[in-house]
Write a protein that binds this ligand. Structure first.
Ligand SMILES: Nc1ncnc2c1ncn2[C@@H]1O[C@H](COP(=O)(O)OP(=O)(O)OP(=O)(O)O)[C@@H](O)[C@H]1O
Ligand SMILES: [Mg+2]
Length: 334
């Protein structure tokens, strides 16, 4: 059994979309998967078509009131189980922080499941804030899956998560924690900016980056409102193809996690193009394509989703040693 935390302290990068769709795609391949919604927003819970049930979340097991097994529910999808989120979870940030071993609460709660080998994978959908729930996830996970958006500040966010991993390790909460994979999400392979971001991330993080990249597609944005995974909502679409490919690549890697690469701090270049808008693109399941649509910088504002966006030269990415950050700042309180 392997526990994967889908984590990034940055909001809206595709954590929940990835946790839900990876879980469903793995379950569709016959693997027994437990999806744990650690976010009081309960987005993973609703995306899977579940309604929040008061009193039914990871909160009880975290405070030691009930066992994990009591909170695991079957879903309509074969092989997929869920511990949903409820509003109580919002209180966990304060309640759990007061308890002994507050950083190890989730790890301890999962221990029984680990012993029973009830699941092949436990997937943790983490909230964006670096609070007690996320740090518990990092302490409980065998490895992280870090989704990052194909946008200009991607590397900066990544360097933060690398530092957080180091802090968790240094605090002794989870010495073997590693980043198992970095997933580029919401990519528009037609734009130079997306290509440059992917190239830069690969330059620094190498094979830790999944070959599979998730394109920006409105279907992935729509599916949760129907309570469906993308392979149910739009089975033949590019989003379903991407997450199916991710599940395959994930399984290939599952036996041999990669070590955490050295931390890198990334300074943004002086001029930063505005965020790109959405565009339907084919899933890219290979390294960044060559910059074949190197058209002139006709749209540095990025406001035209249909035209190629030229971000100019690839941004400079100086690498330096990160300043140490006390573990307290990561919300562990250790
Ligand atoms: N590849 C994609 N293409 C288009 N929209 C997407 C894609 N991935 C995610 N989205 C949409 O972007 C929004 C943010 O995605 P998601 O909820 O997965 O991010 P998150 O990292 O879990 O956010 P939070 O930090 O708030 O938990 C959602 O509305 C989601 O439906
Ligand atoms: Mg989320």
């Amino acid at each position: 059994m392997k526990t994967i935390a889908v984590a990034n302290q940055k909001g809206g990068v595709g954590k929940t979309t990835t946790a839900v769709n990876l879980s469903v795609c793995l379950a569709a391949k016959g693997l027994r998967v437990l999806l744990i919604d650690l976010d009081p927003q309960a987005n993973a819970t609703s995306a899977i078509g579940f309604e929040c049930i008061e009193g039914h979340s990871i909160y009880g097991p975290l405070i030691g009131a009930v066992s994990m097994a009591e909170k695991v529910l079957p879903t309509r999808i074969e092989n997929l189980f869920i511990v949903p989120a409820d509003l109580d979870l919002a209180g966990a940030e304060i309640e759990v922080a007061r308890l002994d071993d507050h950083l190890l609460r989730l790890r301890n709660a999962l221990a029984a499941l680990r012993q029973d080998a009830a699941f092949d994978f436990i997937i943790l959908d983490c909230p964006p804030s670096l609070g007690i729930l996320m740090t518990n996830a990092l302490a409980a996970a065998d490895e992280l899956l870090v989704p990052i958006q194909c946008e200009y500040f991607a590397l900066e966010g990544l360097s933060k998560i690398v530092r957080i991993v180091e802090q968790i390790k240094e605090a002794g909460a989870n010495p073997s924690l590693g980043i198992g994979g970095i997933l580029m999400t919401m990519c528009d392979s037609r734009t130079n900016l997306s290509q440059q971001v992917v190239a830069e991330v690969r330059k620094h993080f190498g094979d830790t980056v999944f070959n599979t990249m998730v394109p920006r597609t409105v279907r992935l944005g729509e599916a949760p409102s129907f309570g469906k995974a993308i392979i149910e909502y739009d089975p033949g679409g590019v989003g379903a193809t991407a997450y199916t490919a991710l599940a395959e690549e994930f399984l290939q890697r599952a036996t041999a996690p990669l070590p955490v690469p050295p931390a890198a701090v990334v300074a943004p270049a002086e001029s930063q193009p505005a965020a790109e808008q959405s565009a339907e693109t084919a899933p890219a399941s290979s390294p960044a394509p060559p910059a074949e649509n190197d058209s002139p910088a006709e749209n540095a504002s990025g406001s035209d989703a249909d035209g190629p966006i030229d971000a100019g030269e690839p941004p400079a990415v100086p690498v330096e040693s990160p300043a140490p950050v006390p573990v307290n700042e990561a919300g562990s309180g250790a």
